[in-house]
Design a protein around this ligand. Structure first.
Ligand SMILES: [Zn+2]
Length: 267
């Protein structure tokens, strides 16, 4: 049997378990500046990932894929109907030739036998009917072909519109990414200039707390409220904070963040 871990032993970031560190008021104010830059960088990174153009481009790409499929279907239909029309035309050709030949033979009087002439006239009638049926079928194919061609044209026009929109969106996305990157570089440069001025132990504490608090390791105490967790400091803690020397690094009892006193703290 193993005994459960003792609940009394709390290892972690709770301020009560840590040895308080000292840092000058200036160093603490400097930490707030670094925190503001870090928050700005986090926000810029978030904006970079969630640009509205990215979502729109994603949706556009789905529509473009669907449109491409529809266009391929329309082009296949056109090609199939063209083949069908060519076949209908080649079916008609020999029938028309035979009709012309027969009519010529009837007209030029080369067939003198009345029985042969009558059968020739009958065949002409039959050929005329046959041509009529074949032409009707061909006409139907031609109508379908015309429809398929105009569907293809419509799809191509839609694709052109989509391509234009995509080009516009890509340009806007790149423009915004460039602006965000410029802003981000400025924040990083400013941070890099400030960090060496911060005492190493304060920086280490800040880095550690920030890592477990969504990137916010330090918060300003404003009007007796921690701006990290937004909670008001209770009366007992407030008395401790008032009594604490200016170079003592305070921690919020609620969220464990480094709490920096300023003129706005209301102490
Ligand atoms: Zn707090």
């Amino acid at each position: 049997m193993t005994s459960p871990p003792s609940r009394a032993v709390r290892v972690g970031t709770h301020p009560a378990q840590e040895v308080a560190i000292k840092a000058s008021k200036d160093a603490q104010l400097l930490l707030l500046q670094i925190q503001r830059l870090d928050s700005a960088i986090t926000q810029l990174e978030h904006r970079r990932r969630t640009l509205p153009e990215l979502g729109e481009l994603q949706r556009l790409s789905v529509s473009a894929d669907e449109l491409e499929d529809a266009l391929v279907a329309a082009e296949t239909a056109v090609s199939d109907l063209e083949t069908e029309q060519a076949r209908a035309e080649s079916d008609l050709e020999p029938v028309r030739e035979r009709l012309t030949r027969n009519r010529k033979r009837i007209a030029d009087g080369t067939v003198s036998d009345p029985k042969a002439l009558s059968s020739l006239i009958q065949e002409v009638e039959h050929l005329e009917k046959r041509i009529h049926v074949l032409e009707d079928a061909e006409l139907e194919v031609m109508e379908s072909l015309e429809e398929a061609v105009s569907t293809g044209d419509r799809r191509r026009a839609e694709r052109a519109v989509l391509t234009d929109r995509e080009t516009g969106l890509l340009a806007r996305r790149d423009e915004q990414l460039t602006a965000l990157d410029t802003e981000m570089a400025a924040c990083r440069d400013a941070r890099a200039a400030l960090v060496p001025q911060l005492p190493a132990d304060l920086l280490a504490l800040y880095t550690r707390v920030a890592a477990s608090h969504s990137g916010v390791g330090a918060a300003e105490l404003v009007q007796r409220r921690c701006t990290g967790c937004r909670l008001e400091i209770n009366a007992a803690d407030l008395r401790t904070f008032v009594a604490a020397p200016p170079d003592e690094v305070l921690r919020c009892e609620e969220c464990s963040r480094i709490l920096v006193r300023t003129d706005q703290s209301g102490l």
